[in-house]
Design a protein around this ligand. Sequence first.
Ligand SMILES: [Zn+2]
Length: 313
Amino acid sequence: MRYFDLHCDTMTECFLHGKKLRENNLHVSLEKARALEAYGQCFAAWIPDDLRGEAAYQRFCGIADRLGMEAAENEKDMAVCRGPGDLTEARKQKKCGAVLTVENGAALGGRLENIQVFRERGVKMCTLTWNGENELGRGVMAGGSAGLTEFGRQAVRGFEEAGIVIDLSHASPELFDDVAAMAGKPLVASHSNAKAVCGHPRNLADGQFTVIKNSGGLVGLNFYKGFLHDRPEEASMADVLRHAEHFLALGGEDVLAMGGDWDGAALPEDMAEGLGVVPELYEMFLRHNYPESLLEKIFYGNAARFFQGQNLL
Ligand SMILES: [Zn+2]
């Protein structure tokens, strides 16, 4: 089976703790990827909310460098996808197609010029915030009622011009609405579930899902216990199905994707080993009578075609 995942923090973990992508004790490794027939993975450079300005930008550079080093060390098994055709080429060569993304627009260091650096380094998608507030706007866990700042507005325009997809996971409701009102390109929530199924503020309201759907965008299902189930200790793989069913009922057949939040979150016990459980997850959907044509979309095709359709991969 093929798998494309819109969000993991694995490269940030490799950078911070000196781990290797080939083999490690993380959720994602090239060893675990062997279970997959084709594999695309967005690797996020995550900037915590206590880093801002130059320090935030330098953190981004460090993680981006680290991805390049891992790709060079493992060139038989992975390739960084930077432009049109790269994902298909990686798949043909049976390599992990790695995509550089950013989690937290604070990585710009408050400088719009750095959007150009993102583009040159191959960044394909960027969340405007993490949980807190930054130069661009207000994340979902920060107090207040602010949305997008003027700098954020300019950044949204700059990202769209540079071919960097705007990721609204972690956005406050006001930020989400402000971006939706001005965006000219499809919107993504790379790792967010359905609020109607689990009420965590990080999950999407039905109206937000519909806005993303109508924009021609994507929503990636998140495997974090706290976003899967209102009682996180009871979360299991079966909850992924509950969220998928909810989004599908909202007409999400071409919107739904996966965004596992690997190495950024605590997973349910039956998913704890990480990427290696993906074939089991797929089997679970099959047992619930999901047609393979639909599963192809959710597990790989929607995300792959989204980026390819915009000539980004
Ligand atoms: Zn996140």
